[in-house]
Design a protein around this ligand. Structure first.
Ligand code: ASP
Length: 330
């Protein structure tokens, strides 16, 4: 019988939200299934008609590209079966990367929400149950449809494109530096902002390992790490560069050697917020110089998200990477 409630599919991928201490008294490890997560919050069944599946009982540092592609396939299958919204529970360490990866390839309009927890269910102030309820409410909210992949935590809703884990331990860790949340949950869900545009979905990559290291540039960077990595046959290099996209002269020279050897070299801002620029500075190693020398700016993408975009573009056989970064990094 049709309950009239929205149909929400939950895929559990592990993380602290699903971790418990074992008998030996060591640290928490993943042990809870999707059904366990549901059982801890009986009120969920008053919000929506829930289907829950355990996809991966893993700490997020253990998740592979194959796990991410499998999560995507789960979401597509649930959408085909008539789900009105989808929630993935996930470890917070790499949550923003899985969310952004899915955002790049997700071409449906139903809400696809990621959530997690900073405190394990065994702790007195566990945030998992509240975040799960908030995520199911958000996934059931028609106003949040068509916005791409979203992250819900601490009663805030963030775009996958902008969200980052910004604190190692705080429950308010998820933020969109430089932008802010697009919606808040209180008694109702208040949607304040919609993205002006949503770039077209890209083809789902095969889960092969693509070698794209992220290197953070530092003060007095001698360029050694860039040369060392470039000699080890990567598929590309992402530099977390200084400010609006700057490198020391030795780092710039090493990056140019990598470009001339045929490697795509992307530079993002290591600041964590704000874009790489194109024409504000004109010295050797400045953003305009790097662009002239064939490097590609990541725009508003953090280095770790630029790495995922490059991965998906390379797997899709994109040849005009600069144009793609201008489109997806804006
Ligand atoms: N290490 C955990 C994970 O990402 C942390 C968390 O879930 O908050 O799986």
């Amino acid at each position: 019988m049709d309950s009239g409630m929205r149909r929400i599919a939950i895929g559990a991928m592990g993380g602290t939200i699903a971790m418990m201490p074992d008998e030996t008294g060591g640290g928490v490890t993943p042990s809870l299934t999707a059904d366990d997560l549901l059982a801890a919050v009986p009120s969920l069944t008053e919000i929506a008609e829930i289907t829950a599946v355990t996809l991966a009982g893993a700490p997020s540092p253990h998740l592979t590209m194959a796990d991410l592609v499998a999560a995507y396939q789960f979401c597509v299958a649930q959408a085909e079966c008539g789900a009105d919204g989808i929630v993935l529970t996930h470890g917070t360490d790499t949550l923003e990367e899985t969310a952004y990866f899915l955002d790049l390839v997700w071409d449906r309009d139903i809400p696809l929400i990621l959530t997690g927890a900073m405190r394990a269910p065994s702790e007195p102030s566990a945030d998992g149950p509240g975040n799960l309820v908030a995520a199911v409410r958000a996934a059931s909210c028609p106003e949040l449809a068509g916005m791409g992949v979203l992250v819900v935590a601490n009663d805030e809703v963030h775009l996958a494109r902008t969200v980052a884990k910004t604190h190692a331990t705080a429950t308010w860790t998820f933020a969109s530096p430089g932008w802010g949340p697009i919606a808040r949950l209180a008694e109702d869900i208040t949607v304040m902002m919609r993205p002006a545009r949503r770039p077209a979905a890209l083809p789902v990559p095969d889960p092969r390992q693509v070698k794209i290291p992220v290197l953070e540039s530092t003060a007095a960077d001698d360029g050694w790490a860039i040369d060392a990595v470039a000699h080890d046959n990567p598929d590309g290099i992402v530099l977390a560069s200084l400010g609006v996209g700057h490198l020391s002269v030795p780092a710039r020279d090493a990056a140019v050697r990598a470009v001339r050897s045929g490697l795509p070299v992307i530079f993002a801002s290591r600041t964590g917020a704000g874009p790489t620029l194109t024409r504000a500075y004109g010295y050797a190693g400045s953003e305009s110089d790097l662009l002239d020398l064939g490097l590609i700016g990541a725009g508003y993408l953090t280095a770790r998200k630029a790495r995922l975009l490059l991965h998906v573009l390379l797997c899709a056989g994109h040849t005009d990477l600069a144009a793609a970064f201008a489109e997806y990094g804006a």
